[in-house]
Design a protein around this ligand. Sequence first.
Ligand code: MIC
Ligand code: SF4
Length: 634
Amino acid sequence: MNTVSEKILAQHLVSGEMCAGKPIKIKIDQTLTQDATGTMAYLQLESIGIDRVKTELSVSYIDHNTLQSGFENADDHAYLQSVADRYGIVFSKAGNGICHQVHLERFAVPGKTLLGSDSHTPTAGGMGMLAMGAGGLDVAAAMAGRPFQIMMPKIVKMELKGKLQKGVAAKDIILKVLSMLSVKGGVGKIIEYTGEGVSTLSIPQRATITNMGAELGATSSIFPSDEKTYEFLKKQHREKDYVEIKADENATYDEEYVIDLNELEPLIALPHMPDNVVTVKSMAGTPIQQVNIGSCTNSSYLDIVTVSNILKGHVVHPNVSASLSCGSKQVLCMLSQNNQLTPILESGVRLLECTCGPCIGMGQSPATNAFSLRTFNRNFYGRSGTLSAKVGLVSCETAAYSAIQGVISDPRECNYECAEDLETYTIHDENIIYPSCSKDVEIVRGPNIKPLPINTPLDDQLSKKVIIKVGDHITTDDIMPAGAKILPYRSNIEKISEFCFMNQKESFHDDCLNNKGGFIVAGQNYGQGSSREHAALAPMYLGIKAVLAKSFARIHQANLINFGILPCIFENEKDYDTIDETDELYFTDLHKLKPNSVIEVQNTTKNKTYRLLLPYNEEQINILEQGGLLNTLK
Ligand code: MIC
Ligand code: SF4
């Protein structure tokens, strides 16, 4: 009577009890990294000191920082390629595609576990793989053979009934789920898709849904592995990787929801949160200035053929700047071989590289006050690179049709040919490089590859100021922004820390230095979004010792522990209201921390005492006391 998730977890269980909310450790079969988080992950792997990776497969992708406007990104690529060669990691060169799309096409295997240093790693859940995002250090530890610890998630049944109507897409399914559950509705849960509607969805469509499950804060999202999975693997010439995995008929779930695909409409997530969802119809007629198609959510072959079919014979509206990036070299090559690129080029859409590009603010920042429609997964404030811009998240259908119209438009009104899948796919693995694993490989370290900063063990007493107080749903983009100006410093913590919280409080960096560090106070769901551990590393570097929040997002909470910053939860949420920036907080007896404890902290400025929860086990407390995971692994 098991769910798909339980079957895979049981097969990979190393220790713990599979009882929701209890810590479990699982074996990791595969890992993936991308360049923006990868340099840190591999510096950490090197410092752990192993001979070669212990996983079945580890892949290092270059897809985020491909804009080489200086030597920095190119240095990072050279470092990553040499480390991959040395330690037995498969290397996917810049231009080969976005990690999640390429992994789905070439490496994902149903029933296996995948840990990736990117929050959208659950994309591979579309293939019946248990895939999770984590900080780079956890991924490095998994490559070194360490089991991965999570809290046993609750399993949510998302039953899909019926079939999508023309003009309604897989993207609309996940936007619907976001409107039902919100950006923190998935925390501590795996969203498992079932029902008759599942068999109507292709693997890339399923992957669009599991990809954006990251925006629910979910531990993972997963589909069964069925006939459609076999078909996709066969087209990828990988049918030998197929295994069937379905939930038992009488499997039980912790929560259950139903979505009727027949009744679903095109949806849009309005600024500045992916769960701020309304119907496209209700926004129809709103002028737009930009359309960006692509990202790991919507860049498969069928997605782009749909765009090509909608654009055929039309041009992009004069007031709209439109761009498109395919998810992989395979997608781009197949489009070109099948003449589906021509309608896109003729329409005036600007063709970009097969990378993350505008999704991570690498170019294509919208104009001042512009409305930008994107097929991506995140519309957080400032992420596009233009603070005044409004970003709406939509399907490829809505994006392409609106690009022609110049206003937000409902694709059900558009007359276009439905995309047909190919009988088989052509394989273009030329940019995938297999490692030599030789000890003689020289690791290339350009001047941008700076040594890893290491934290000092936790002091028994801390008396410091609150440097910043922020509200609910602060994202790791707020803490450590990305974009073309900042991403080149992902391997240089001293430099990147200058940008920490820059859109929230410009003086954060200087205030930290002038006060010799301090504390952060936050509301609900602190650290949602990206897995970037720089959002923990930079504050650590600046001397932040604890974050006091109403609640935390899973990956960021783990990253804080990994870097020796105390993630404390208010026992009484109202205490949040009584703390202000510059208040002095006093922590004592930190060398006597117990697992699952409550500590008392004094606000000496306001003369108040707060009770803070530390719901961590012995191992996590030990990591915190030693100043981070690296200190304990060495
Ligand atoms: C993102 O979508 O925010 C990123 C960039 O892919 C991140 C990783 C990063 O910050 O490098 C993610 O989702 O984890
Ligand atoms: Fe890249 Fe955007 Fe996907 Fe992150 S969400 S992996 S930046 S395409």
